[in-house]
Design a protein around this ligand. Structure first.
Ligand code: SF4
Length: 220
């Protein structure tokens, strides 16, 4: 049963800075767990949190330009990653990419190089291990039973970066589930630059606004 439902909030009072108990919806985390907020506020002042939280806010602010007096975004996500890396002194980047995003990985690597970041990049299929060897049933091969298909290897990607001591690992188009395994096994911070979504050209938000996708994919 659901407990916390900010997604159903009609006021976003925390965002507006005018939260109080009388307005809070019954599933409001601030209402239900005040002790967690008190603890989290204290922890936000700890150096290990501040050293990431503050630069993140700085990059957010710098990523807006004023146009006609209004905030207009001027940093794409990739530039935000560069600026965050430089601000935090975390300049050794691990690029974990999917074969289907290999063209993009080349571009991303070149952009990071051009900003003076130190890049290591590992393809998802690194190791070339057959899906048979890791227990994936024959009928779940994409090209059909009997074909050679290399298994994705997210734990290897993570372990290679752990060995090299990367500072930030950047996820580029890894499959659902493989991305989770990669994140789970990384020692370094992980951020996502490209989310794999084959139907929308790696833009999962687009499916929410596409009436055809809604009809086809979202009927329970
Ligand atoms: S924390 Fe409370 S006020 Fe803020 S969005 Fe969630 S439910 Fe709404």
């Amino acid at each position: 049963m659901s407990t916390l439902r900010c997604d159903k909030c009609s006021g976003y009072y925390c965002f507006a800075g005018n939260w109080d108990e009388s307005k809070a919806p019954e599933n409001c985390p601030m209402l239900l767990y005040p002790e967690v907020f008190a603890c989290a506020r204290d922890r936000s002042l700890e150096e290990k949190v501040r050293e990431l939280n503050v630069p993140a806010a700085m990059v957010e602010k710098e990523g807006f330009a004023k146009i006609d007096g209004k905030n207009a975004p001027c940093y794409p996500r990739i530039r935000e990653i560069v600026e965050f890396a430089k601000k935090t002194g975390r300049t050794h980047i691990g690029l974990a990419f999917c074969k289907s995003s290999s063209s993009e990985a080349k571009m991303i690597g070149e952009i990071f190089d051009s900003f003076g970041l130190d890049v290591d990049a590992v393809l998802c299929k690194c190791g070339g291990i057959s899906k048979n060897e890791v227990g994936i049933p024959e009928e779940y091969k994409v090209r059909g039973a009997g074909a050679f298909e290399a298994s994705c290897n997210p734990v290897t990607q993570a372990e290679l970066f752990n060995k090299l001591g990367t500072d930030i690992n950047v996820l580029v188009g890894l499959c659902l589930g493989h991305d989770m395994l990669f994140i789970k096994h990384c020692d370094a911070l992980v951020t996502t630059l490209i989310v794999k979504d084959k139907v929308t050209g790696n833009n999962p938000q687009a499916a929410l606004y596409n009436i055809f996708a809604k009809r086809a994919y979202f009927k329970p």
